[in-house]
Design a protein. Structure first.
Ligand SMILES: Cc1cc2nc3c(=O)[nH]c(=O)nc-3n(C[C@H](O)[C@H](O)[C@H](O)COP(=O)(O)OP(=O)(O)OC[C@H]3O[C@@H](n4cnc5c(N)ncnc54)[C@H](O)[C@@H]3O)c2cc1C
Length: 473
């Protein structure tokens, strides 16, 4: 049996690790990824503020795969032929290689759609991003330039958030703005900076998951109140329910719910782009293009979800996929950011000018890892002649998120959030859609320690060092 995994990120690499354990004797596992490295994205926030060296957030994949008996192919998947069970891969020298499979996992993560917002991103020389090691390193350099300007006495406006009305990953951007605040305070420069939080979330603390609540000493506290309090304390100006529509050197054009479209000048900006699916072409046996059958228009792969159009109040927990398997091919899966969510989790809003401002569903590292593990177990089931039996709906899955607010274990802090499940299930939990005995919200130095520990624990686990199986996703 040949198992082919496209992508070596949170979903693909986790699946590869588990498969090497589950079916090492019965299957040949091949991983295709353009870069011979795994990136621990959560710590890119610290790279982007200059508090962690870029070399500390990634490691080489090839030696890990060699140790586990996995074949690694450095290349970029381009064409998937599910009838023929092959994938065509573009190699770095420009030639192609066709790889046959019995089981396929698409775990190619996001295409960073900077082009979706005219003028956005490092290529245009305007805004920064922290979505790769290179981007975070460039963001650090641009930020430090602003720091030098402040040291010379110049006031700077730093804008952080998302760069498209339908972007996701607001949690990472939130972490970045809080780390900038912390770093500027440590440098004694906070009074020289205007920090602006520009987001498509309908409310502060929504994070694309329709917000969070927790019970504290008998009353319910909300993520909205917590984030609002943090912004008030830190004097960060929030611009909520706003979508960036264009960027020019030094100027962001946006449309915002409840007000007329406007512009905002900036000296430094870090805006996360919209995510789309990695552009893979799917072809049938006769060579015809079946990409539309296999993916949604946003490029993410269709799996066992309910994609029928519904109003927000009709969304159901069971709309979300359980197996992450293609409805057309029972040997093809998609996990992590590569799978198409059935619909948003947050409520969208419309501006006066008619722009839909919609925070789209995050598929965080933890969720992506759980999906990768689930697919690995389901493929192992199928190889053993059983029906896939492992479920990981986002409407059943817990999520723990720690947003650091300063890297130091002495004076850093973090907002820790636990939600169970990620997507609200009002049939199971009629009041809040979540298990309020398990949901939690906290701010404190303990989270900063945990975030540092997670970095080291996962860098250990993901290099398949002894005992890696003991560390959960
Ligand atoms: C700055 C930042 C901070 C974050 N912080 C957190 C956090 O604190 N906690 C958390 O849970 N999540 C966090 N996330 C989110 C987390 O990183 C993502 O959810 C996770 O990376 C998604 O995993 P994935 O496997 O789907 O995609 P990725 O991890 O992006 O992996 C995709 C893989 O596919 C490869 N690939 C791309 N194109 C092709 C192709 N054509 N063929 C083959 N391979 C291809 C890529 O090279 C990569 O190996 C953060 C994200 C960012 C950007």
């Amino acid at each position: 049996m040949n198992i082919l995994i496209l992508g070596a990120g949170f979903a693909g690499h986790t699946a590869a690790l588990h498969l090497s354990h589950l079916v090492r004797d019965t299957a040949q596992i091949t991983v295709v990824a353009p870069n011979n490295r795994f990136t621990w994205f959560p710590s890119l926030i610290w790279v982007g503020t200059g508090t962690m060296a870029p070399e500390r957030v990634h490691f080489e994949l090839a030696p890990v795969y060699e140790k586990l008996g996995i074949t690694y192919v450095g290349g970029r998947a381009e064409i998937v032929a599910p009838d023929d069970r092959t994938v065509t891969v573009r190699l770095p020298n420009g030639s192609t290689q066709t790889i046959a499979y019995d089981f396929l996992l698409n775990a190619t993560g996001p295409y960073l759609n900077f082009e979706g917002t005219p003028g956005l991103g490092p290529k245009c020389g305007t805004t920064q991003s922290v979505c790769s090691v290179e981007h975070a390193t460039a963001a650090r350099d641009a930020y430090l330039e602003s720091v030098r300007a402040m040291e010379r006495g110049q006031r700077q406006r730093l804008v952080v958030g998302v760069g498209h009305p339908a972007a996701t990953c607001e949690g990472a951007a939130f972490e970045y703005v809080m780390n900038l605040d912390w770093d500027l305070r440590n440098r004694g420069l906070r009074d020289k900076a205007d920090l602006v939080w520009l987001t498509n979330e309908p409310d502060p603390g929504d994070f694309g998951v329709d917000g969070v609540e927790a019970k504290k000493r008998g009353s319910v506290v909300t993520g909205k109140a917590l984030v609002q309090m943090l912004f008030d304390e830190s004097k960060i100006k929030p611009m909520i329910a706003a979508g960036v529509t264009k960027v020019e050197q030094g100027t962001i054009t946006y449309d915002q719910v409840g007000v007329d479209p406007g512009t905002l000048d900036y000296d430094f900006a870090m805006l996360i782009p919209q995510f789309r699916g990695i552009p893979l072409k799917y072809v049938a046996h006769d060579g015809s293009d079946i990409t539309e059958k296999m993916t949604l228009p946003n490029g993410f792969m269709r799996v066992d979800a309910d994609y029928s159009a519904k109003a927000y109040d009709e969304y159901r927990a069971h709309d979300w996929p359980a197996l992450y398997r293609s409805p057309s091919y029972d040997n093809v899966y998609a996990a992590g950011i590569a799978f198409a969510p059935p619909h948003p989790i947050s409520r969208g809003k419309k501006t006066n000018a008619g722009t839909v401002i919609q925070a789209t569903p995050p598929r965080t590292g933890m969720a992506s890892g759980i999906m990768g593990r689930t697919v690995a177990y389901n493929i192992a089931d199928q190889i053993a002649g059983r029906e896939p039996s492992h479920h990981a709906r986002m409407s059943e899955m817990p999520a723990a998120c720690i947003a650091s607010m300063g890297k130091s274990i002495w004076n850093g802090s973090a907002a820790s959030i636990i939600m169970v499940p990620v997507v609200r299930d009002f049939e199971k939990y009629p009041e809040y859609g979540r298990d309020m005995d398990l949901c939690d919200l906290d701010v404190g130095i303990g989270g900063a320690w945990t975030k540092r520990l997670l970095h080291d624990a996962f860098m250990w686990k993901l290099q398949a060092k002894p005992g890696w199986q003991m560390i959960p996703e």
